[in-house]
Design a protein. Structure first.
Length: 309
């Protein structure tokens, strides 16, 4: 099988994770139990998740001219991620993300975007060849919205499958273009709530929110539901793929691991449902380990039958 070709246009951050029994209240100082640093950023995470499974990945991003930028580039090289379209700026530092993780594995994240905010539409246009020669483009919401739109437009013009993970949830109302340019729209429950202005607590709510997103113009919705797995919704049908029963230690980046893995399996030729089922298995492995990208498994660490196509 030739390697699935995936292009990611998105963010890179340096994650600084503090582990603690519970999250602090406003004005409170509490003691942590552990601290880890590592590569993060939703775009880079999704690229790394796919690359660790064996995809040929090109990353389009912007870094600061600092130690985090340099190390991020080295990380891409070590993982054979094509970084020809990773730009540098001296106008901002690389993106960083202080993260808190509690005893249940739940997290809170503050992203300081820095260089991620400075990537331009022209730089994405310059990467057209990389998008056009991929089977799948993945975008998230940690770079300027107009940059994401440009990437989705190029992919649509070039006949490339578009996967859009609207994370973190946009703070402005998304115009219809974003939905219409997306083949597979991948929010989590919170993002689905914010984008549809409805509550998503039950599976039924999630199906309704999925349908509301379809009405906005996306072809299909693949909603992640944390430990409950994920849900595929199209105009007529829906399929719930249950999560695996595991003890979560740190869910940071679980959604990214899921999306990068989903793109890998879809690019390898599996049906969307089967790709999502296998992505749930890979993401469930990642939540049992600390760290973001460090917790994503390599193909060789996973059951061989996941790679039978
Ligand atoms: P994050 O923002 O932390 O990266 P997310 O909210 O985008 O995560 P989730 O819906 O929490 O994404 O999780 C993504 C996928 O990871 C789920 O669809 C599921 O397959 C897997 N997963 C997450 N949490 C658990 C868990 N506790 N047990 C098993 N699988 C999990
Ligand atoms: O989804 C997890 C990611 O969100 C972290 O790596 C952090 O950098 C933020 O982008």
């Amino acid at each position: 099988m030739s390697k699935p070709k995936i292009c990611v246009v998105g963010s890179c951050n340096y994650d600084m994770i503090a582990y603690t029994d519970r999250l602090p209240k406003q004005g409170e100082t509490i003691m942590g139990t552990d601290f880890k640093m590592g590569f993060g950023g939703k775009g880079a995470n999704q690229a790394v998740a796919a690359a660790k499974l064996g995809a040929e990945v090109t990353m389009v991003a912007k870094l600061g001219e600092d130690v985090f930028g340099k190390q991020t580039m080295e990380n891409f090289k070590n993982l054979n991620i094509v970084s020809k379209y990773v730009y540098f700026t001296d106008k901002a530092s690389s993106g960083v993300a202080p993260i808190w993780v509690d005893k249940q594995g739940h997290n809170s994240i503050i992203v300081v975007s820095g260089a991620n905010d400075l990537i331009t539409v022209e730089e994405v246009e310059a990467s057209r060849k990389a998008i056009a020669s991929s089977k799948i483009l993945i975008c998230q919401n940690e770079v300027p919205l107009e940059v994401t739109k440009k990437a989705l437009q190029i992919a649509r013009e070039e006949g490339v499958i578009t996967v859009f993970n609207p994370a973190p949830a946009p703070t402005v109302e998304l115009s219809n273009d974003y939905f219409e340019l997306t083949d597979i729209f991948c929010p989590n429950e919170t993002e689905a709530e914010l984008l549809t202005h409805r509550t998503v607590k039950t599976l039924e709510d999630a199906v309704d929110a999925g349908r509301a997103l379809i009405k906005k113009g996306v072809k299909k919705v693949l909603m992640t539901l944390g430990s409950k797995g994920c849900l595929f919704v199209d105009a007529k049908t829906h399929t719930h793929i249950p999560g695996l029963h595991v003890k979560a230690f740190d869910t940071t980046g679980a959604g990214d691991c899921f999306i990068g893995s989903f793109a890998y399996f879809l690019g390898a030729g599996l049906s969307e449902e089967e790709a999502a089922r296998r992505a749930c298995i890979v993401a469930s492995v990642s939540v049992q380990k600390p760290g973001t990208q460090k917790s994503f498994p390599f193909a060789k660490e996973l059951p061989a039958d996941l790679f039978v196509f």
